[in-house]
Design a protein around this ligand. Structure first.
Ligand code: OGA
Ligand code: NI
Length: 357
Protein backbone atom coordinates (compact mmCIF):
# COMPACT_ATOMS: atom_id res chain seq x y z
CA UNK A 1 0.00 0.00 0.00
CA UNK A 2 1.25 3.51 -0.67
CA UNK A 3 2.24 5.66 2.28
CA UNK A 4 -0.51 7.92 3.61
CA UNK A 5 1.70 11.00 3.80
CA UNK A 6 -0.67 13.89 4.28
CA UNK A 7 -4.19 14.84 5.29
CA UNK A 8 -6.74 14.94 2.47
CA UNK A 9 -8.03 18.38 3.55
CA UNK A 10 -6.74 21.37 5.55
CA UNK A 11 -6.75 20.61 9.28
CA UNK A 12 -9.14 22.55 11.50
CA UNK A 13 -8.54 22.55 15.26
CA UNK A 14 -11.80 21.77 17.02
CA UNK A 15 -10.61 23.78 19.99
CA UNK A 16 -10.30 26.88 17.79
CA UNK A 17 -13.81 26.34 16.47
CA UNK A 18 -15.10 25.98 20.00
CA UNK A 19 -13.27 29.07 21.21
CA UNK A 20 -14.56 31.12 18.28
CA UNK A 21 -17.88 31.12 20.15
CA UNK A 22 -19.95 30.07 17.15
CA UNK A 23 -23.43 28.88 18.21
CA UNK A 24 -23.59 26.53 15.21
CA UNK A 25 -21.21 23.70 14.39
CA UNK A 26 -19.99 23.30 10.79
CA UNK A 27 -21.82 20.69 8.68
CA UNK A 28 -18.89 18.35 8.61
CA UNK A 29 -19.29 17.61 12.32
CA UNK A 30 -23.02 16.89 12.05
CA UNK A 31 -23.75 13.17 12.26
CA UNK A 32 -26.65 11.54 10.44
CA UNK A 33 -29.74 11.36 12.71
CA UNK A 34 -29.29 7.63 13.50
CA UNK A 35 -25.76 8.19 14.81
CA UNK A 36 -26.57 11.07 17.15
CA UNK A 37 -26.13 10.74 20.93
CA UNK A 38 -29.72 10.82 22.11
CA UNK A 39 -30.75 7.46 20.67
CA UNK A 40 -30.76 4.34 22.86
CA UNK A 41 -29.13 6.00 25.82
CA UNK A 42 -28.55 3.95 28.89
CA UNK A 43 -30.50 3.32 32.06
CA UNK A 44 -28.82 5.71 34.52
CA UNK A 45 -28.05 3.09 37.18
CA UNK A 46 -26.17 0.68 34.91
CA UNK A 47 -22.37 0.88 34.91
CA UNK A 48 -19.38 -1.22 33.83
CA UNK A 49 -17.96 -3.52 36.57
CA UNK A 50 -15.71 -1.97 39.22
CA UNK A 51 -12.86 -4.21 40.40
CA UNK A 52 -10.52 -3.70 43.36
CA UNK A 53 -7.16 -4.97 42.13
CA UNK A 54 -5.59 -5.13 45.59
CA UNK A 55 -7.13 -8.63 45.82
CA UNK A 56 -4.64 -9.89 43.21
CA UNK A 57 -1.77 -9.52 45.67
CA UNK A 58 -3.62 -10.74 48.73
CA UNK A 59 -2.00 -13.44 50.90
CA UNK A 60 -5.44 -15.08 50.99
CA UNK A 61 -5.94 -17.46 48.10
CA UNK A 62 -9.72 -17.09 48.27
CA UNK A 63 -9.47 -13.34 47.75
CA UNK A 64 -7.05 -13.78 44.84
CA UNK A 65 -9.45 -16.23 43.22
CA UNK A 66 -12.44 -14.00 43.77
CA UNK A 67 -10.60 -11.10 42.11
CA UNK A 68 -9.52 -13.28 39.17
CA UNK A 69 -13.12 -14.41 38.77
CA UNK A 70 -14.37 -10.83 38.71
CA UNK A 71 -11.81 -10.01 36.01
CA UNK A 72 -12.80 -13.10 34.03
CA UNK A 73 -16.50 -12.25 34.11
CA UNK A 74 -15.81 -8.63 33.13
CA UNK A 75 -13.65 -9.69 30.15
CA UNK A 76 -16.22 -12.20 28.91
CA UNK A 77 -19.40 -10.27 29.55
CA UNK A 78 -18.39 -6.65 29.13
CA UNK A 79 -14.95 -6.28 27.53
CA UNK A 80 -14.78 -3.19 29.76
CA UNK A 81 -14.24 -2.64 33.50
CA UNK A 82 -12.74 -0.05 35.81
CA UNK A 83 -10.05 -0.80 38.37
CA UNK A 84 -9.13 0.83 41.68
CA UNK A 85 -6.11 0.07 43.89
CA UNK A 86 -4.21 -0.41 40.65
CA UNK A 87 -0.90 0.75 42.14
CA UNK A 88 -0.78 4.20 40.51
CA UNK A 89 -0.60 6.92 43.13
CA UNK A 90 -3.68 9.20 43.14
CA UNK A 91 -1.39 12.23 42.71
CA UNK A 92 0.14 10.66 39.61
CA UNK A 93 -3.26 9.90 38.13
CA UNK A 94 -4.54 13.44 38.69
CA UNK A 95 -1.18 14.98 37.78
CA UNK A 96 -1.04 13.19 34.41
CA UNK A 97 -4.52 14.33 33.43
CA UNK A 98 -4.03 17.91 34.57
CA UNK A 99 -0.64 18.41 32.91
CA UNK A 100 -2.24 17.45 29.60
CA UNK A 101 -5.13 19.80 30.22
CA UNK A 102 -2.51 22.53 30.65
CA UNK A 103 -0.89 21.51 27.37
CA UNK A 104 -4.16 21.94 25.50
CA UNK A 105 -4.51 25.38 27.06
CA UNK A 106 -1.09 26.48 25.77
CA UNK A 107 -1.20 28.89 22.83
CA UNK A 108 -1.99 27.51 19.36
CA UNK A 109 1.54 28.48 18.34
CA UNK A 110 3.03 26.16 20.98
CA UNK A 111 0.74 23.28 19.98
CA UNK A 112 1.17 23.71 16.22
CA UNK A 113 4.88 22.98 16.54
CA UNK A 114 3.80 19.38 17.04
CA UNK A 115 1.17 19.21 14.26
CA UNK A 116 0.97 15.57 13.14
CA UNK A 117 0.72 13.79 9.81
CA UNK A 118 -1.06 10.52 9.02
CA UNK A 119 2.30 8.88 8.36
CA UNK A 120 2.88 8.11 12.06
CA UNK A 121 0.09 10.09 13.75
CA UNK A 122 2.60 11.29 16.37
CA UNK A 123 1.95 14.76 17.73
CA UNK A 124 -0.99 17.15 17.81
CA UNK A 125 -3.89 16.03 15.64
CA UNK A 126 -7.54 16.64 14.87
CA UNK A 127 -8.71 13.74 12.75
CA UNK A 128 -8.42 9.98 12.39
CA UNK A 129 -8.73 8.39 8.99
CA UNK A 130 -8.06 9.77 5.54
CA UNK A 131 -11.37 9.66 3.76
CA UNK A 132 -11.92 12.91 1.95
CA UNK A 133 -15.17 14.61 2.92
CA UNK A 134 -15.63 12.34 5.96
CA UNK A 135 -17.81 13.58 8.80
CA UNK A 136 -15.39 14.48 11.58
CA UNK A 137 -15.44 14.05 15.36
CA UNK A 138 -15.56 16.90 17.85
CA UNK A 139 -12.06 16.42 19.35
CA UNK A 140 -8.36 17.15 19.11
CA UNK A 141 -5.69 14.79 20.41
CA UNK A 142 -2.02 14.24 21.07
CA UNK A 143 -0.39 10.93 20.19
CA UNK A 144 3.02 9.67 21.32
CA UNK A 145 5.04 6.45 21.59
CA UNK A 146 6.59 5.11 24.78
CA UNK A 147 7.52 1.54 23.74
CA UNK A 148 9.38 0.16 21.88
CA UNK A 149 12.08 2.55 23.05
CA UNK A 150 13.33 2.81 19.46
CA UNK A 151 10.10 4.74 18.70
CA UNK A 152 10.23 6.91 21.80
CA UNK A 153 11.42 10.34 20.80
CA UNK A 154 11.24 13.02 23.47
CA UNK A 155 11.44 15.67 20.76
CA UNK A 156 7.98 14.56 19.71
CA UNK A 157 6.65 14.98 23.25
CA UNK A 158 5.58 18.50 24.27
CA UNK A 159 8.30 20.61 25.84
CA UNK A 160 5.73 22.67 27.72
CA UNK A 161 4.45 22.50 30.45
CA UNK A 162 7.96 21.86 31.75
CA UNK A 163 7.18 18.84 33.92
CA UNK A 164 5.12 17.07 31.24
CA UNK A 165 7.83 14.73 29.99
CA UNK A 166 8.73 13.66 33.51
CA UNK A 167 5.10 13.02 34.48
CA UNK A 168 4.42 11.09 31.27
CA UNK A 169 7.52 8.94 31.87
CA UNK A 170 6.38 7.95 35.34
CA UNK A 171 2.78 7.41 34.30
CA UNK A 172 3.90 5.27 31.33
CA UNK A 173 6.14 3.07 33.44
CA UNK A 174 3.26 2.33 35.80
CA UNK A 175 0.84 1.59 32.97
CA UNK A 176 3.28 -0.89 31.43
CA UNK A 177 3.57 -2.62 34.80
CA UNK A 178 -0.21 -2.76 35.11
CA UNK A 179 -0.45 -4.14 31.57
CA UNK A 180 1.88 -6.99 32.40
CA UNK A 181 -0.04 -7.82 35.61
CA UNK A 182 -3.37 -7.89 33.83
CA UNK A 183 -2.09 -9.99 30.93
CA UNK A 184 -0.97 -12.51 33.53
CA UNK A 185 -4.43 -12.51 35.11
CA UNK A 186 -6.07 -12.91 31.67
CA UNK A 187 -3.73 -15.82 30.80
CA UNK A 188 -4.51 -17.66 34.03
CA UNK A 189 -8.23 -17.01 33.56
CA UNK A 190 -8.08 -18.52 30.05
CA UNK A 191 -6.41 -21.65 31.46
CA UNK A 192 -3.04 -20.75 29.92
CA UNK A 193 0.42 -20.36 31.47
CA UNK A 194 0.79 -17.11 33.41
CA UNK A 195 3.26 -15.70 30.88
CA UNK A 196 1.38 -16.90 27.79
CA UNK A 197 -0.18 -13.62 26.60
CA UNK A 198 2.83 -11.51 27.52
CA UNK A 199 4.97 -13.83 25.36
CA UNK A 200 2.50 -13.59 22.48
CA UNK A 201 2.76 -9.80 22.82
CA UNK A 202 6.56 -10.07 22.40
CA UNK A 203 7.76 -10.49 26.01
CA UNK A 204 9.82 -7.41 26.88
CA UNK A 205 9.18 -5.95 23.43
CA UNK A 206 5.55 -4.92 23.75
CA UNK A 207 4.31 -1.66 22.30
CA UNK A 208 2.82 1.16 24.38
CA UNK A 209 1.50 4.44 23.05
CA UNK A 210 -0.63 7.22 24.43
CA UNK A 211 -3.43 9.20 22.86
CA UNK A 212 -4.59 12.13 24.91
CA UNK A 213 -8.06 13.19 23.82
CA UNK A 214 -9.28 16.75 24.22
CA UNK A 215 -13.02 17.29 23.75
CA UNK A 216 -13.74 21.04 23.65
CA UNK A 217 -17.09 22.50 24.69
CA UNK A 218 -19.58 22.08 21.90
CA UNK A 219 -22.49 24.46 21.18
CA UNK A 220 -24.64 21.66 19.68
CA UNK A 221 -23.69 18.43 21.50
CA UNK A 222 -26.82 16.62 20.32
CA UNK A 223 -25.73 16.74 16.69
CA UNK A 224 -22.21 15.35 16.93
CA UNK A 225 -19.88 12.93 18.76
CA UNK A 226 -16.50 13.47 20.45
CA UNK A 227 -15.35 10.11 19.13
CA UNK A 228 -17.35 7.92 16.75
CA UNK A 229 -18.16 4.30 17.61
CA UNK A 230 -15.07 2.10 17.32
CA UNK A 231 -13.30 -0.79 18.95
CA UNK A 232 -9.67 -0.30 19.96
CA UNK A 233 -7.38 -2.04 17.45
CA UNK A 234 -4.57 -2.94 19.89
CA UNK A 235 -4.11 -5.35 22.79
CA UNK A 236 -5.81 -3.56 25.64
CA UNK A 237 -6.46 0.04 26.59
CA UNK A 238 -6.06 1.86 29.89
CA UNK A 239 -8.26 4.90 29.87
CA UNK A 240 -7.91 7.64 32.42
CA UNK A 241 -11.17 9.56 32.19
CA UNK A 242 -11.97 13.10 33.22
CA UNK A 243 -13.24 12.74 36.74
CA UNK A 244 -15.78 15.50 36.58
CA UNK A 245 -17.21 15.04 33.11
CA UNK A 246 -18.84 11.86 31.82
CA UNK A 247 -18.67 11.16 28.11
CA UNK A 248 -17.56 7.59 27.42
CA UNK A 249 -20.36 5.22 26.39
CA UNK A 250 -20.01 1.47 25.91
CA UNK A 251 -22.26 -0.54 23.66
CA UNK A 252 -24.18 -3.34 25.32
CA UNK A 253 -26.66 -5.03 23.02
CA UNK A 254 -28.54 -2.14 21.42
CA UNK A 255 -27.88 0.34 24.22
CA UNK A 256 -25.14 2.81 24.99
CA UNK A 257 -24.13 2.57 28.65
CA UNK A 258 -22.68 5.77 30.11
CA UNK A 259 -19.53 5.01 32.12
CA UNK A 260 -19.57 6.63 35.55
CA UNK A 261 -15.90 6.77 36.59
CA UNK A 262 -14.98 5.98 40.21
CA UNK A 263 -12.49 8.31 41.87
CA UNK A 264 -8.93 7.69 40.65
CA UNK A 265 -10.09 4.63 38.74
CA UNK A 266 -8.58 3.49 35.45
CA UNK A 267 -10.87 2.01 32.82
CA UNK A 268 -9.59 -1.14 31.13
CA UNK A 269 -10.87 -2.48 27.85
CA UNK A 270 -10.08 -5.45 25.65
CA UNK A 271 -8.75 -4.51 22.21
CA UNK A 272 -9.10 -6.34 18.89
CA UNK A 273 -5.78 -8.22 19.28
CA UNK A 274 -6.96 -9.85 22.53
CA UNK A 275 -10.25 -10.73 20.91
CA UNK A 276 -8.26 -12.51 18.18
CA UNK A 277 -5.80 -14.23 20.58
CA UNK A 278 -8.65 -15.44 22.82
CA UNK A 279 -10.66 -16.53 19.75
CA UNK A 280 -13.49 -14.20 20.83
CA UNK A 281 -13.78 -15.56 24.39
CA UNK A 282 -12.94 -11.94 25.24
CA UNK A 283 -14.69 -9.25 23.25
CA UNK A 284 -13.33 -5.96 22.00
CA UNK A 285 -16.41 -3.87 22.55
CA UNK A 286 -17.55 -0.85 20.61
CA UNK A 287 -17.54 2.49 22.43
CA UNK A 288 -17.97 6.17 21.64
CA UNK A 289 -17.73 9.58 23.31
CA UNK A 290 -20.32 12.31 23.61
CA UNK A 291 -19.53 15.97 24.23
CA UNK A 292 -20.93 18.74 26.40
CA UNK A 293 -22.14 22.25 25.89
CA UNK A 294 -20.57 23.70 29.04
CA UNK A 295 -17.65 21.45 29.88
CA UNK A 296 -14.49 20.42 28.10
CA UNK A 297 -13.23 16.88 28.73
CA UNK A 298 -9.70 15.41 28.81
CA UNK A 299 -8.92 11.68 28.73
CA UNK A 300 -5.71 9.65 28.41
CA UNK A 301 -6.03 6.45 26.37
CA UNK A 302 -2.94 4.25 26.83
CA UNK A 303 -2.74 1.47 24.25
CA UNK A 304 -0.83 -1.64 25.35
CA UNK A 305 -0.06 -3.58 22.19
CA UNK A 306 1.70 -6.63 20.81
CA UNK A 307 5.10 -6.08 19.18
CA UNK A 308 3.98 -4.84 15.82
CA UNK A 309 5.60 -7.40 13.51
CA UNK A 310 4.51 -10.57 15.32
CA UNK A 311 1.76 -12.69 13.88
CA UNK A 312 -1.35 -12.58 16.05
CA UNK A 313 -3.83 -15.42 15.72
CA UNK A 314 -6.20 -17.42 17.93
CA UNK A 315 -4.18 -19.37 20.55
CA UNK A 316 -4.05 -23.01 19.42
CA UNK A 317 -4.73 -24.04 23.05
CA UNK A 318 -8.20 -22.48 22.73
CA UNK A 319 -9.13 -24.10 19.43
CA UNK A 320 -11.40 -27.16 19.55
CA UNK A 321 -13.67 -28.84 16.99
CA UNK A 322 -16.57 -26.93 18.56
CA UNK A 323 -14.66 -23.65 18.66
CA UNK A 324 -12.62 -23.41 15.46
CA UNK A 325 -10.29 -20.46 14.83
CA UNK A 326 -12.38 -17.43 13.91
CA UNK A 327 -9.63 -15.16 12.58
CA UNK A 328 -6.70 -15.40 10.20
CA UNK A 329 -3.15 -14.61 11.37
CA UNK A 330 -2.12 -11.00 10.85
CA UNK A 331 0.56 -8.71 12.29
CA UNK A 332 -0.54 -5.67 14.27
CA UNK A 333 1.30 -3.52 11.70
CA UNK A 334 -0.90 -4.86 8.91
CA UNK A 335 -4.05 -4.50 10.96
CA UNK A 336 -3.28 -0.93 12.03
CA UNK A 337 -2.67 0.25 8.50
CA UNK A 338 -6.07 -1.10 7.52
CA UNK A 339 -7.72 0.74 10.45
CA UNK A 340 -5.86 4.01 10.09
CA UNK A 341 -6.80 4.42 6.49
CA UNK A 342 -10.48 4.04 7.29
CA UNK A 343 -10.89 5.92 10.60
CA UNK A 344 -13.27 4.81 13.37
CA UNK A 345 -15.91 2.53 11.86
CA UNK A 346 -17.64 0.63 14.61
CA UNK A 347 -17.32 -3.04 15.20
CA UNK A 348 -16.82 -4.00 11.58
CA UNK A 349 -13.08 -3.62 12.14
CA UNK A 350 -12.26 -7.01 13.60
CA UNK A 351 -15.44 -8.75 12.49
CA UNK A 352 -14.60 -8.10 8.86
CA UNK A 353 -11.46 -10.21 9.29
CA UNK A 354 -13.38 -13.33 10.27
CA UNK A 355 -12.41 -16.40 8.28
CA UNK A 356 -15.11 -17.44 5.83
CA UNK A 357 -16.92 -20.49 7.17
C1 OGA B 1 -10.01 6.10 22.62
C2 OGA B 1 -11.24 6.19 23.41
C3 OGA B 1 -12.53 7.27 25.13
C4 OGA B 1 -12.57 8.55 25.92
O1 OGA B 1 -9.19 7.05 22.71
O2 OGA B 1 -9.83 5.09 21.91
O3 OGA B 1 -12.08 5.35 23.26
O4 OGA B 1 -13.31 8.56 26.90
N1 OGA B 1 -11.39 7.21 24.27
O5 OGA B 1 -11.89 9.50 25.56
NI1 NI C 1 -11.30 3.69 22.16
Amino acid sequence: MTCPCDWPEPVVRVQSLSESGTPIIPDRYIKPPTDRPSLNSSPPDLNIPLIDLSGLNSPEASLRHATLNQISAACREWGFFQVVNHGLRPELVDGAREIWREFFHESMEVKQKYANSPKTYEGYGSRLGLQKGAILDWSDYYFLHYLPSSLKDHNKWPEKPTSLREVVEEYSKEIVRLGRDLLEAFSVNLGLRGDFLQNKFGGEDVGACLRVNFYPKCPQPDLTLGLSPHSDPGGMTFLLPDENVCGLQVRRDEQWIMVKPARHAIIVNIGDQLQVLSNAIYKSVEHRVIVNENKERVSLAYFYNPKSDLLIQPASELITPETPALYPAMTFDEYRLFIRTRGPQGKSQVESLKSPK
